[in-house]
Write a new protein. Structure first.
Length: 160
């Protein structure tokens, strides 16, 4: 049942991300989805007293699947989304261990912004490096910063 919930949520995110043009430029919902999965997975494994490695690997695998799907849908090279979402999936449980940060809404918002900045930098930087597309720095900065600001409410609202 839990897997079905995440599959349906991923399908909904990809439908919104690809079909709603006004959302596509302002929101990066796939980062929010990977972040949310990492939070939930970390909390479930923490409640069962499992080691942190299991949560990190499951979240990374989910991020890799989401990133690969995003790369296939985009029609560009396969790899940038896979790399960035895999890194975000791995980092979410690691960041919110009690040794680094204990989750609070403020830290959730800050991490959501940082993850969105990291995702945009990795994806667009990889595409610029390996495909030869040219994007001016001002446009790139505006897009990534706007997406980061728009992901702040998700970081505040999504709880483990």
């Amino acid at each position: 049942m839990n897997s079905l919930k995440w599959i349906l949520l991923a399908v909904l995110v990809f439908l919104l991300q690809t079909q709603c043009t006004f959302i596509k430029d302002y929101l990066n919902l796939t980062v929010v989805l990977v972040y949310y999965f990492g939070l939930k997975n970390h909390q479930q494994n923490y409640d069962k007293d499992y080691s942190g490695n299991k949560a990190g690997l499951e979240s990374m695998a989910f991020g890799v699947i989401i990133g690969l799907t995003e790369d296939v849908i985009s029609g560009s090279i396969i790899g940038p989304g896979l790399l960035s979402k895999g890194l975000l999936g791995l980092m979410t449980p690691l960041v919110f261990t009690d040794m680094v940060f204990k989750w609070t809404p403020l830290w959730g918002a800050i991490i959501a912004v940082i993850f969105t900045l990291l995702d945009g930098t990795v994806v667009i930087g990889s595409r610029m490096l390996f495909t030869g597309i040219h994007i001016t720095g001002a446009v790139l900065f505006r897009i990534i910063c706007l997406q980061s600001v728009m992901s702040t409410p998700f970081g505040l609202l999504l709880r483990p």
